[in-house]
Ligand binder design. Structure first.
Ligand code: ADP
Length: 271
């Protein structure tokens, strides 16, 4: 079995919760991959350099200056901090962006008309933001099979020398799919589990009630939860990525607390 764990921004940016996450991840049996975010750190470093962070529908507008910031923060500060913490626990972590090993190739998102949060329509240019085209699942699987633990930053490349800022949930889901596809060529066909860990105990029926975890979400129940406004914001792309992974060969997808990376509680997603 191979486990791909995505850890949300709020968890990696708090030393106490990051410590707990690293300890649990180090103890996880089997082959594994860690994918991290880091948006809040990027916002803080950008501000210290006099750059304002602009978001549209929860996604960062990434102009030239902001691309430098996210490259430094995601690919450097956050990624190498996590790698060093894992090495201290005896885990042979290898930090990667999508450019390293040609791990994840993407294309720059075209300028397009979108409905904004206030309901108006407008042309939006996200700048240096990438939509994923291809994952080098073979290279990633080779790393895990030889005992290494890839730690993936939310950056991809376009094959023409540009880095692109890419949503970490998408990186996690695409990585899991790429490894599952590469695993089909193996005699053992390893099962791939994708776990989204964040600061809440799962997908909640009532946003302020941590006791209201929805244990199971199907495609049908998801449509209803979305229409009723029970899932919103960052949870929508997370669930879209979850269903995409299941359709493309990932065996198990869970959304759970960062203190439950084995997925004993939380929300299980099924098609
Ligand atoms: P991450 O922490 O992984 O980067 P996001 O911030 O993108 O994740 O998405 C998680 C957020 O989704 C939660 O912090 C919460 O504010 C929001 N959310 C919206 N609907 C729900 C729901 N029904 N249950 C839990 N969280 C929800």
């Amino acid at each position: 079995m191979i486990t791909v764990i995505k850890v949300g921004g709020a968890v990696v940016e708090n030393e106490a919760s990051l410590d707990r996450l690293i300890a649990q991840f180090a103890g996880l049996e089997g082959e594994k991959v860690l994918v991290h975010g880091g948006g809040r750190s990027a916002t803080r470093v950008a501000a210290s350099m006099g750059l304002e962070s602009r978001m549209v529908c929860g996604r960062r507008i990434t102009d030239d200056g902001m691309l430098d910031v996210v490259t430094m923060v995601y690919g450097g500060l956050v990624n190498k901090h996590i790698v060093a913490m894992l090495q201290a626990k005896g885990v042979n972590a290898l930090g990667l962006t999508g450019a390293d090993l040609n791990a994840i190739r993407s294309h720059r998102r075209p300028v397009k008309e979108m409905t904004l949060e206030d309901g108006t329509r407008s042309m939006v240019d996200f700048g240096w933001v990438g939509d994923v085209d291809e994952v080098n699942g073979e290279a990633l699987l080779h790393l895990t099979e030889t005992g290494m633990v890839p730690v993936m930053a939310p950056l991809t490349h376009d094959g023409m020398g540009h880095l692109l800022n890419t949503n970490a949930d998408t990186i996690a889901s695409q990585t899991a799919c790429g490894i599952a596809a590469a695993g089909m060529t193996r005699d053992t066909r390893p099962e791939v589990t994708l776990t989204f860990c964040f600061e809440k105990p799962g997908v909640l029926a009532r946003p302020d009630d941590d006791g209201s975890v929805i244990p199971l979400i199907t495609q049908d129940s998801y449509e209803k939860l979305k229409a009723d406004g029970i899932v919103s914001g960052g949870m929508i792309p997370k669930l879209d990525n979850a269903f995409d992974a299941l359709r493309r060969g990932v065996s198990r997808v869970i959304i759970t607390s960062a203190d439950d990376i084995e997925g004993k509680g939380g929300t299980t997603i099924v098609l």
